[in-house]
Design a protein around this ligand. Structure first.
Ligand code: FAD
Length: 476
């Protein structure tokens, strides 16, 4: 009988083990996507997510048609729709690639349990390089800190990526499908997606092109360039990885192949790229083993932490109006493009949780709504980490200084000038902390603090002390 291949965050034909293995059997294949925001514990998508997903599904459905197949799209509780489609086509097997967050795992388990014995279920590993069961500490637990995790896995070899299936056999009839347009995933009033579309093209094909471009043009300098927020020197593969348009095995294999062929790509560059892909895995392992990463402090000492409740400050941060140019540039890059450079994510994260003393969960939620790569593992784990509530490698008392960070990573102020245009005429000596500049410098650049650009909403020195005092109460 036919095989239903249930597609989730793996919107690709290339290196998609569930799809490839189904195709190999020679049996009819029914690809199914369910937009599930209703099952217990499953999060609704953010605004930027929806925009991305719409375009990604469009491209994926097109690619499937090119293979003689068709994507069935449903919206609602996954269990209802998966069981319904299995029945409608008389499927005798359900194939899918594993998911790792607790809510999705329970959905997957519940479906497997509900199926009768004549429908077999096969799960594949596709979306992270190391399955959570495959990495253990010496005492049999899981790693809570990245560096020892990296040391453990840094020499592991990976399976080869699997090529896209050549064709997919059709069932007698495809099941009923929704129209993507009826899901209203695209923003309309207003349509704020222009900036996102300028910066990114969703879909497998664009992801593959970006991967090639990165390996060809950027990889050789990646280990040096990745800390420069003003330059396009990172892979920007994060949304493609988030939606599974690119498999991490393919990303690694392609980069590694380039590195082994080209002497101009130093060992440091390829190692750094691998380390970043492993960060992603590490976050998934934390989520898998710890579970409630999105709600519960990884370090439970923080359960009694006195976060400040300030809607006004939270809004100033969200809108990029804190008066700290590097923070504001980051928040506006996020709003305009759906993405933010990693260094700046750390700066704005530290600023929210330490300078403003606002709960990391508020930052996480905002990122979730605005990032195209907002990822249940990486976003929650990285917010816990930067907010100090995560593992001890980034203790709370390590507080970023937004001015020295800005001077160090955006020395000429190019990044700030791009996203905070009202400061663009300030010289680089004044752009990192305009409130310290003299009147004539500001006047020449057309800047009036408090009018054309805000005064800092907190004094970093005082805010730092306030954060340390709050931390003293929980540090035990
Ligand atoms: P590159 O430097 O080219 O790295 C290659 C790939 O490695 C990335 O695409 C990404 O998949 C992975 N990667 C790199 N750094 C990290 C990291 N620190 N953690 C996990 N994976 C990493 N990343 C997300 O994918 N989704 C998120 O929701 C997310 N939220 C974050 C929130 C905060 C507060 C912070 C500090 C970081 C967050 N990151 C998140 C990690 C990181 O900022 C992005 O993965 C990275 O900026 C993506 O850009 P890139 O693809 O050009 O990265």
């Amino acid at each position: 009988g036919p095989i239903v291949v249930w597609i989730r965050d793996d919107l690709r034909l290339d290196d998609n083990p569930a799809l490839a293995h189904a195709a190999e059997t020679g049996r009819p294949v029914v690809p199914l996507f369910v937009l599930d925001e209703e099952s217990k514990g499953v999060r609704s998508l953010g605004g930027a997510h929806k925009w991305w997903l719409h375009h990604s599904l469009e491209g994926f459905a097109r690619s499937l048609r090119g293979k003689g197949s068709q994507l069935t799209m449903r919206r609602g509780k996954a269990k209802e729709h998966v069981l319904d489609v299995i029945e409608a086509v008389g499927a005798t097997a359900l194939f899918f690639n594993r998911r790792y967050d607790p809510a999705s795992r329970s959905v997957d388990d519940a479906i497997e349990e509900a199926l009768s014995d004549d429908v077999s279920v096969e799960r594949f590993s596709a979306n992270i390089l190391h399955d959570p069961e495959s990495v253990e500490t010496k005492t049999g637990g899981y790693y809570k800190v990245y560096t020892p995790f990296w040391k453990n896995v840094s020499e592991t070899g990976f399976r080869d990526p699997i090529d896209a299936p050549r064709g997919l056999k059709q069932p007698d009839a495809f099941p009923r499908s929704d129209d993507l347009g009826d899901w209203d995933l695209l923003p309309t009033k207003p349509d704020w997606s222009g900036g996102l579309a300028e910066f990114f093209t969703p879909g497998e094909k664009a992801g593959q092109e970006r991967l090639e471009y990165f390996c060809d043009d950027l990889l050789a300098g990646y280990h040096n360039g990745r800390e420069r927020p003003f330059a396009d020197e990172t892979s920007r593969l994060s949304p493609h990885l988030r939606w599974g348009e690119i498999s991490p095995f393919r990303a690694w294999d392609t980069a590694n192949t380039y590195a082994s062929r080209r002497k101009s790509i130093p060992g440091d560059a390829i190692r750094t790229f691998r380390q970043e892909l492993v960060w992603r895995d590490f976050n998934y392992h934390l989520l898998y083993h710890f579970g409630r990463l999105e709600t519960d402090n990884f370090n439970d000492r923080f359960d009694g932490f006195e976060w400040r409740n300030s809607k006004k400050d939270l809004q100033a941060w969200q809108r990029g109006l804190t008066g700290y140019p590097i923070v504001d540039a980051g928040m506006r890059q996020l709003w305009q493009t759906g993405w933010m450079h990693n260094r700046v994510r750390m700066i704005v994260g530290s600023f929210l949780t330490k300078d403003l003393l606002i709960d990391w969960r508020d930052g996480e939620r905002w990122f979730w709504d605005t990032l195209v790569d907002g990822d249940i593992a990486s976003n929650t784990a990285q917010w816990q980490w930067i907010g100090g509530a995560g593992a001890d490698a980034q203790p709370f008392f390590r507080i970023f200084n937004p001015i020295t960070q800005s001077e160090k990573f955006d020395p000429k102020g190019d990044y700030i000038r791009t996203f905070v245009p009202e400061l663009k005429d300030l010289p680089s000596t004044a752009i990192h902390a305009p409130w310290e500049a003299d009147e004539s410098t500001l006047a020449e650049a057309g800047v009036t603090l408090g009018k054309t650009y805000p005064k800092p909403i907190v004094d970093h020195g005082e805010a730092r002390q306030r954060a340390l005092d709050a931390y003293d109460k929980v540090k035990g």
